[in-house]
Ligand binder design. Structure first.
Ligand code: CMC
Length: 392
């Protein structure tokens, strides 16, 4: 029934054409719509990056104001959504809540179901980008037993998110500009990364023309694993487990031992085989944030820096081209800001929602779009006759 290439893990399969994100893994280049990630992280804001990824061009001042205003008007969740949060066990992982709440949006915004209407597709993407910070913040508030904080539309995207996470009703809460800037930068660096596992999942789910909220929930599920977005949480847990600089060699030896499944979390990447440009920006941001918070001697940062130095000089890591990735430093920043490790991947999901919706929209608009339907190499039994249960 026709020829196909067997490619487990899709290491050499181009699944789509895309004009959104470009990566050169050898050179360590990452471009969003042609713009280098370093410039965007330095000069732009996450909401501007969101516009760029969705629409292909940087907005004019007027276009940005309209976009920002539109997204801001969608930040509130339907009040009935509160019941979804309250239905979870208190100790639920925030990713479980985010996956459920994003999927549940498909039952609230029926107009977005008509994906053949470009206007409805745009509204669906605005709703997702606007509501995901509220969903992620509320997953956190629920886990610590505090009342939900409603969005404040006069704040910028990152500040509003920080406030929804850390403000306690009836108390004043000031967002530090350095922390807000670092948060915004973390969002920008995670906004898109071409056809990674979660984005490919969103495209595959969406290729059947399923409801957009359900498709993004599928992306959240795929991101959760420790080999993908879950690495930031796993990385910080590992740094804490290492604890002190003198224990690093023991863990490096374990990572090299093929009979031990342990890997250095936050190291290695399928595409980057030289360095991860996002990690470079993240390392700098980590230093700024820790200095601002007066915790520059943070033991976790010390272990991270020493681990990076030792691994980069080790023959195993050099030979296998394993370098720190974006998640190696993002966890240290999020920890310093005050987020528990369980929140790290949910914050990644918040940022990547922009990439997922951009890629989803690009796919739906592509005239060559077809339902995704990989083939397989069958390894099971050959045809055989049914045997009655009494004769087995
Ligand atoms: N520690 C020790 N050895 C490693 C590591 C690591 N972190 N990563 C890869 N290797 C070894 C691996 O054992 C294999 O060795 P061998 O050739 O002897 O079998 C070789 O390097 C190639 O690894 P692979 O698993 O075949 O490579 P991959 O492209 O399938 O996997 C990866 C990429 C990111 C899943 C992997 O490097 C990994 O598990 N890293 C740790 C988890 C992590 O930090 N993930 C975050 C990725 S960046 C954020 C995101 O976009 O999600």
């Amino acid at each position: 029934t026709g020829h196909f290439t067997f490619d487990p893990g899709y290491t050499s399969t181009g699944s789509t054409e895309s004009a959104i994100t470009y990566i050169d893994g050898g050179k360590g280049t990452l471009l969003y719509r042609g713009y280098p990630i370093e410039q965007l992280a330095d000069k732009s804001s996450f909401l501007e990056v969101a516009y760029l990824l969705l629409k292909g061009e940087l907005p004019s001042k007027e276009e940005f104001d309209v976009f920002s205003d539109t997204v801001t008007r969608h930040t509130m969740l339907h009040q009935q959504m509160v019941k979804f949060f309250e239905g979870f066990r208190r100790d639920a992982h925030p990713m479980a809540i985010v996956c459920g709440a994003v999927g549940a949006m498909s039952a609230f915004y029926h107009d977005s179901t008509d994906i053949t209407d470009p206007e409805q597709r745009t509204i669906a993407s605005h709703r997702l980008i606007a509501k995901i910070p509220t969903i992620v913040a509320w997953a956190y508030k629920y886990s610590i037993g505090q009342p939900f904080v409603y969005p404040r539309n006069d704040l910028d995207y990152a500040s509003n998110f920080l406030r929804m996470c850390f403000a306690v009703p009836a108390e004043d809460y000031e967002v530090s500009p350095t922390i807000a800037k670092a948060m915004d930068r973390i969002f920008t660096l995670h906004a898109d990364h071409e056809q990674n596992a979660s984005t490919s999942t969103v495209r595959l789910a969406g290729s059947s023309h399923a409801n957009p909220f359900a498709c993004i929930a599928a992306g959240v599920a795929s991101l959760w694993g420790p080999a993908h977005g879950g690495a930031n949480e796993a990385c910080l847990q590992m740094l804490r487990e290492i604890g002190t600089v003198d224990r690093i060699p023991e863990f490096v030896a374990r990572a090299k031992d093929k009979s031990d499944p342990f890997r250095l979390m936050g190291f290695g990447h399928r595409v980057y085989k030289n360095f991860d440009p996002r990690a470079t920006v993240m390392q700098q941001t980590a230093k700024e944030v820790l200095a601002e918070l007066g915790v520059a001697n943070n033991p976790t940062l010390q272990v991270a820096q020493e681990l990076e130095r030792i691994a980069l000089e080790d023959e195993y890591f050099i030979e296998k081209k394993l370098y720190p990735n974006v998640d190696f430093y993002s966890g240290i920043i999020l920890d310093a800001i005050g987020f528990p490790t369980e929140m790290f991947t949910a914050i990644f999901a918040l940022a990547r929602t922009v990439g997922w919706t951009s890629q989803w929209a690009e796919m739906i608009e592509d005239p060559k779009q077809k339902i995704g339907r990989p083939r397989q190499l069958y390894t099971g039994a050959t045809s055989r006759d049914y045997v009655e249960i009494s004769k087995r």
